[in-house]
Design a protein around this ligand. Structure first.
Ligand SMILES: *[C@@H]1O[C@H](CO)[C@@H](O)[C@H](O)[C@H]1NC(C)=O
Ligand SMILES: *[C@@H]1O[C@H](CO)[C@@H](O)[C@H](O)[C@H]1NC(C)=O
Ligand SMILES: *[C@@H]1O[C@H](CO)[C@@H](O)[C@H](O)[C@H]1NC(C)=O
Ligand SMILES: *[C@@H]1O[C@H](CO)[C@@H](O)[C@H](O)[C@H]1NC(C)=O
Ligand SMILES: *[C@@H]1O[C@H](CO)[C@@H](O)[C@H](O)[C@H]1NC(C)=O
Ligand SMILES: *[C@@H]1O[C@H](CO)[C@@H](O)[C@H](O)[C@H]1NC(C)=O
Length: 872
């Protein structure tokens, strides 16, 4: 483990310690890559922008950019100035290090899918054909990797008269790579990655292959990402801010951001996004692809106030490479994923026999050495227990000429192979795998998969929440995402040099779908405010059924459900508020009618909803019902912590007692609301009974309204998602569970955990790492070095003071946070002033602020103390 650059830190005495209050000068956790000596300085909102002159006058400060439109502040760089001096300037609200960003999607797959079916399901087709909408007159700014504007389906033009692309700029150029990234913008935001071109197609695709949601809108592309360096493209938030600022100056109605990283709304991009919303711009952002980490994985800036955060639903149809399986039961066509290594495609023009790693039926997953000789055969293995690389290597060593791996859960993904093994590796679906395993156990099975042979398949997971889609709620228990759209297996435009089309998956793909939807709404109803548009999207969304429970996916996963574009445009009802974030709720009897009092002691909340009939002529009849959603817990029944939430009820076939799902009580029967008038109704939301308070249950569902206008035959459906926490939210533990093996102290010379800390002697050049995780976001985490004899702290460990720390999880981009134990301690929160630790016995003291805790109250922290070690 390589952590320290000892020489880079100056050791000074602590005679004069500069102080700064919490929340002014922020450190990111060490896993967040930041630009050395670069900061974003946010001014208080009342501070005039000429405040920048103070910084121009400071020695060793270079003002890189002055933001005035999307953000009140500057980005600066400095060679050696302590950023505390920036934080201490009057009128400065916060100072953040500049952080790097990546776009939110998965690498391209060779499979592709048609957009026709999904436009049919979401109502885009009807909006375009029946209502004649196309986004005309609406301006959309896209902040992304650029666009291949030469693509014939993207207009094949740049800023010429009548061109789709009238705005945009490059803010980064092609030299932003390696150790010394250089910003050197090109004259136009030409895409060298593909991500932005794909996003652009979802919005603006002109056909015949790709049909955008808003093909008639006017577009701007603000390129803020580098060219890919290997797999990844990169940027930093000071550059994204420039893009946002320019897009705002160009006066776009909508800004679409398919990017994000785990974080908090207080970060600069969140602040800027909220400012845009305040100025009347609709800002749409990806919820993130950290769904494997479970609850509270929504990215920043999607968590910012007023932003429309978007979750992903899997596409129904996938056009993919075909594999033809032949067995004693004849032939069957199956879908084959993207090859793990693009240099070794899974092309077999004639039948090749499949074989298990071991004919005796053991080692199904191919994780140990194969006992059989597989020369001339394709290894058939199951996903799980070891990496794709290991399976591939074992198969290659057994002589196989390819690997067909079957998934151990629904869905398909592009396996990532990183070892240089010269045979192909592909993945197939769980069901197809089970079929082959069955046939292969009974006799011989072969496969062929001719080059260039594609077929449209129905996706097993079509219409369901994508497994990668990040969950809410926010650290403050607000509802995220707000709405979901198709984002899994989306076929769209791509770089012409790479074939012009590709299928990508990610909340990155769902985001432009919503941005396009907003353009159609704005075209049809230009008078609507940002809030009104958000309301329409959420209240007309279609809650999604989880086939494993027959209840709805929790609104903490799907928001209002799958976007319903036509219905949103045609909506004639306004609900206020559009979502009910219940928070934790009182426990006790409800004083009300006999039905309520008869519930006895329950956890409940009462809310008032105002419903307005927007039809100018017709009376509206309304009734409501409860549409319960899954409850989600972070604990399994046996008490183990789980990232993939445990779902209640776990088995839909069982008899689910009514009181173990949330209940809604409100008026009975129907209400009539006169044209243009509104009425208020009170709803009582009762948390599921019979779920243990100690199991961290997040419950939720939808208040399902049935609406009918006078003289009309058809009824319409609207919903208000509600969600809450079944217990005392602020009492939840924030540190990762012991089952993660954290916190843990590692020997930096070997990387191994130190079992007996009494053997650890820290001295010059001997350091150790303290690893910890957060099972939910924490506003403040600190790790101090404490003298075990006196109980006195000597200061913070290296990286030992962090604010606004996101959740970590083993399967997420960020598995844990690392701090370093060395023979110095920082006497300030920024880690600038360090003292040498006197020899003695010490321990590390880790404190993480509990949800909604008061940073000045010692009782509001979860505390962990290491064993004693020696500093020599
Ligand atoms: C996409 O699907 C079409 C068939 O609909 C096929 O001709 C084309 O090669 C596919 N493209 C890719 C990149 O897979
Ligand atoms: C696309 O998926 C839908 C829903 O599963 C299915 O009805 C339809 O036949 C599929 N289309 C094609 C071309 O396979
Ligand atoms: C594929 O082959 C090219 C050319 O030989 C090589 O540069 C590249 O690294 C290879 N890619 C992988 C993933 O092995
Ligand atoms: C939940 O309640 C707490 C304390 O009662 C409050 O500070 C917080 O803002 C509330 N959050 C929401 C989402 O209502
Ligand atoms: C609880 O169950 C899970 C999944 O079945 C298992 O992995 C875990 O080891 C169990 N934990 C305990 C403490 O039994
Ligand atoms: C510590 O490491 C540095 C750089 O490798 C070296 O110059 C120095 O002599 C080392 N000190 C000790 C006490 O080993």
């Amino acid at each position: 483990m390589q952590i320290l650059a000892l020489g880079a830190l100056t050791v000074v005495s602590c005679l004069s310690i500069l102080g700064v209050e919490a929340g002014r000068l922020l450190n990111y956790p060490p896993h967040v890559r930041t630009k050395r000596g670069a900061y974003i300085v946010e001014f208080e909102s009342h501070v005039p922008s000429d405040h920048v002159s103070k910084f121009h006058a400071m020695p060793d400060i270079f003002v890189n950019h002055h933001y005035t439109k999307a953000f009140n502040g500057i980005s600066v760089s400095t060679r050696s100035l302590d950023p505390i001096h920036l934080a201490n300037v009057d009128g400065v609200k916060r100072v953040w290090p500049v952080r790097y960003y990546r776009p939110a999607s998965f690498p391209p797959g060779a499979s592709n899918s048609t957009d026709m079916y999904l436009h049919h399901v979401t109502g885009v087709e009807k909006a375009l054909t029946e209502l004649g909408l196309n986004g005309k007159g609406i301006k959309i700014g896209i902040i992304d990797t650029g666009v291949d504007y030469n693509h014939p389906e993207l207009g094949a033009c740049w800023k010429t008269e009548g061109c789709l692309w009238q705005y945009g700029q490059d803010f980064i150029g092609d030299k932003y790579t390696g150790a010394n990234p250089v910003i050197d913008p090109n004259p136009t935001p030409m895409d060298c990655d593909g991500h932005g071109t794909h996003v652009a197609g979802i919005l603006a695709g002109q056909g015949p292959e790709v049909h955008g949601v808003a093909p008639g809108a006017t577009y701007g592309m603000y390129r803020v990402f580098s060219c890919p360096d290997g797999e990844n493209t990169e940027t930093a938030d000071d550059i994204i801010l420039r893009g946002l600022e320019a897009a705002h100056k160009d006066d776009h109605d909508i800004i679409s951001m398919s990017l994000g990283s785990s974080g908090w709304p207080e970060e600069p991009l969140g602040v800027a996004s909220a400012k845009l919303v305040e100025d009347g711009v609709v800002v749409v952002a990806a919820a993130g692809n950290d769904g494997f980490g479970g609850l509270q994985t929504t990215s920043a800036p999607a968590v910012a106030h007023g932003i429309i955060s978007v979750g992903s639903v899997d596409n129904w149809n996938i056009t993919a490479k075909q594999g033809i399986i032949t067995s004693d039961q004849g032939s069957k066509s199956i879908m084959v994923s993207t090859p793990g290594n693009a240099n070794y495609t899974f092309d077999f023009d004639s039948d090749v026999p499949l074989a298990f790693p071991d004919s005796n039926g053991a080692n199904f997953n191919g994780c140990s050495k194969f006992s059989d000789d597989l020369v001339g055969k394709i290894a058939f293995v199951k996903r799980g227990d070891c990496s794709f690389n290991e399976k591939l290597t074992n198969a290659y060593e057994a002589g196989a000429n390819g690997v067909l791996c079957y998934n151990n859960e629904p869905g398909l993904l592009g396996p990532s192979i990183t070892v240089p093994v010269p045979i192909p590796f592909v993945l197939i679906g769980e069901k197809d795998g089970a079929y082959i395993a069955d046939r292969l156990a009974a006799g011989s099975v072969s496969i062929k998969s001719p080059k260039g042979q594609y077929e449209i398949f129905s996706a097993e997971t079509g219409g369901q929440m994508s497994s990668f889609s990040s969950y809410g709620p926010s650290a403050e228990l607000n509802m995220y995402p707000l709405i979901s759209a198709p984002g899994g297996n989306i076929w769209s435009t791509y770089l012409l040099k790479d074939g012009g089309y590709a299928s990508l998956s990610g909340t990155s793909m769902a985001t432009p779908y919503i941005s396009g939807t907003v353009a159609l709404i704005k075209q049809a109803r230009p008078e609507l405010s940002v809030e009104d548009i958000t309301r329409l999207l959420v209240s007309t969304g279609k809650p999604i059924t989880d086939p494993s429970t027959n209840l709805k996916f929790s609104p903490f996963r799907s928001g209002g459900g799958l976007v319903s574009v036509y219905d949103a445009i045609q909506s004639r009802v306004r609900f206020d508020p559009p979502v009910l974030s219940i928070n934790d709720s009182k426990v006790g009897p409800i004083n009300g009618d006999s039905k309520l009092t008869s519930l006895g002691t329950v956890r409940w909340a009462a809310r008032t909803i105002t419903i307005c009939n927007h039809d100018s002529k017709k009376n509206m009849k309304i009734s409501l019902d409860n549409m319960a959603g899954n409850s989600m817990s972070t604990f399994l029944a046996n008490g183990s912590f789980t990232y993939t939430p445990r779902i209640w009820p776990s088995d839909a076939t069982g008899n689910v007692p009514e009181d173990t799902v949330p209940q809604i009580y409100s008026f009975n029967g129907q209400k009539i609301i006169k044209p243009g008038q509104s009425t208020s109704v009170t709803v009582f939301i009762v948390a599921p009974k019979g779920l243990k308070d100690t199991e961290n249950w997040y419950y939720g569902g939808f208040i399902d309204f049935t609406v009918q206008w006078q003289g009309e035959k058809t009824e319409s459906k609207y919903n208000i998602p509600y969600g809450g926490y079944n217990g005392d939210y602020s009492a939840q533990k924030v540190l990762s569970p012991v089952s993660d093996g954290l916190p843990s102290i590692l020997d930096d010379s070997t990387g191994n955990p130190i079992q007996d800390l009494s053997t650890l002697v820290i001295k010059e050049n001997v350091t150790a790492s303290l690893l910890y995780g957060l099972s939910m976001p924490s506003r403040l985490v600190e790790v101090k070095m404490v003298n075990s004899d006196t109980g006195e702290s000597v200061g913070y460990l290296y990286n030992g003071y962090l604010e606004y720390v996101p959740k970590t999880c083993p399967q997420c981009a960020v598995p844990f946070v690392t701090t370093t134990i060395w023979s110095y301690a920082s006497t300030d929160k920024e880690g600038k002033d360090t003292v040498e630790v006197p020899a003695g016995k010490y321990h590390a003291l880790l404190r993480a602020l509990l949800p909604r805790g008061d940073i000045n109250n010692d009782n509001d922290y979860q505390v962990w103390k290491s064993g004693d070690f020696t500093v020599a």
